[in-house]
Design a binder for this molecule. Structure first.
Ligand code: SF4
Length: 407
């Protein structure tokens, strides 16, 4: 069987991620340093600027999923009242914590999660992050604070920005109390500038999927997005994406395909099935079909960040996020992406426990197929709970879909 093509920069990324986790572990053990937990599209820039070490539970839960440990731990969270129908990042993570398990032990020799001094969320992606963080806040008796973003947003207006900016300022005061010092505005501007640079590079990395043949797949993106999620705002992420981008640009110049003999190009809409990345990637590879782009990986592109206006631009960037927008805006976004990446069809992943990232439930797939004149398929599954995923059914549906693309 053909294996996915290796990206050389992956070695460097492993190092960068190891340093991130080991740094967090050391910070958690050092009484003079402070740890903040943050959701993946939370106000990381503010936290870095205030000198917190920042830990991202979603990243941890995705590792639980990718290492196929998640499904085993979800029932322990169900047993303490967290429904099997809610976010399986939440349930896998809390379940694993209740059983004293973390994949960081095997990977880095880290015994336990870095205990937070504060947990910080933004509800722009969903309410689950708030409930998730509140559970840990109760457990450790530490503050849990956050931003409450409007939902189902059409055009992002000045009113939205003013409202979130005000919340960011209040949040800053709350964080200053925990940190024991004031926010240094120069450092804040610097971090926002670095985050913007990271975002620009990450977008350029993903845009190498527009090449024909594409230089990167959605599956590569799910692995290489790690630094954009957990290290944006730091120089290390900028350095990493410069290296990765250079390698992918070489691929584009040399006409090297991420999927050998690329025949069809699809758009992946929805979350990854973390425990099945390899199987899905290999299946598409065998079908000479490249998942050239996705909404998911592009969710960490924050082009609105502006170091001259750190509060306002953060408010805007994190409100323009796809997941929090109206269906109309989402459809326009996907249509544009399908055009930019010249895709032949769209694959929707209906993730059972994440309605927020599943866009096939209210007719969007049909509307877009009609509008774009391209077919779609929906696979039922989940980000972490593999009990919701039938390998056989997904394989059959994908095979039939690719056949349809060929016609
Ligand atoms: S967006 Fe979905 S996967 Fe992410 S935390 Fe919220 S419910 Fe979970």
């Amino acid at each position: 069987m053909t294996k996915p093509k290796r990206i050389e920069a992956a070695r460097r990324m492993k190092q960068v991620m190891a340093e991130h986790f080991l740094g967090l572990d050391a910070a958690a053990k050092d009484p003079s340093r402070k740890v903040a937990w943050c959701n993946s599209v939370g106000p990381a820039e503010l936290l870095h600027a205030m000198g917190f070490e920042v830990y991202f539970p979603e990243n941890h839960s995705a590792i639980l999923g990718a290492t196929r440990a998640a499904t085993e731990y979800i029932p322990y969270a169900n047993a303490v009242g967290y429904s099997p129908d809610i976010c399986s990042y939440l349930t896998a993570d809390i379940g694993a914590f209740l059983k004293g398990y973390t994949p960081l032990t095997r990977a880095y020799g880290i015994e336990s999660l870095p205990k937070p001094d504060v947990l910080v969320y933004n509800t722009n992606q969903c309410r689950d992050v708030q409930d998730w963080f509140t559970w840990y806040a109760r457990h450790w008796d530490v503050p849990c604070v956050g931003l409450h973003t409007h939902r189902n947003i059409g055009p992002v207006t000045d009113d939205h920005v003013v409202s979130i900016t005000a919340q960011l300022r209040t949040l800053t005061s709350q964080l200053e109390e925990v940190a024991g010092h004031e926010l240094d505005m120069d450092r804040f501007r610097e971090v926002v500038g670095l985050s913007r640079r990271c975002s620009q590079l990450w977008e350029q990395v993903l845009r190498t999927g527009t090449a024909r043949p594409a230089a990167i797949t959605f599956f590569d993106g799910t692995i290489h997005m790690g630094p954009a999620v957990v290290l944006r705002g730091l120089q290390v992420a900028v350095d990493y994406y410069e290296e990765l981008l250079a390698e992918l640009q070489e691929r584009v110049s040399a006409g090297v395909a991420a999927v050998e003999g690329e025949q069809a190009r699809i758009y992946w809409e929805g979350m990854p099935v973390w425990g099945k990345l390899r199987n899905l990637s290999e299946q598409l590879l065998g079908l000479r079909t490249c998942a050239v782009a996705s909404t998911y990986c592009n969710s960490w592109v924050f082009n609105q960040l502006d170091p001259d206006h750190p509060f306002e631009s953060m408010a805007r960037a994190y409100t323009e996020l796809f997941i929090v927008r109206s269906d109309r805006v989402k459809e326009d976004y996907i249509a544009q992406m399908c055009q930019d990446y010249a895709v032949d069809g769209i694959l929707y992943h209906d993730a059972r426990t994440c309605p927020n990232n599943s866009n096939s439930r209210y007719g969007m797939a049909q509307r877009l197929s009609q509008r774009l004149g391209i077919p779609h398929v929906t696979i039922d599954g989940d980000l972490n709970d593999l009990r919701c995923y039938s390998e056989e059914q997904a394989r059959t549906n994908i095979e039939a879909f690719v056949e349809q693309l060929g016609q």
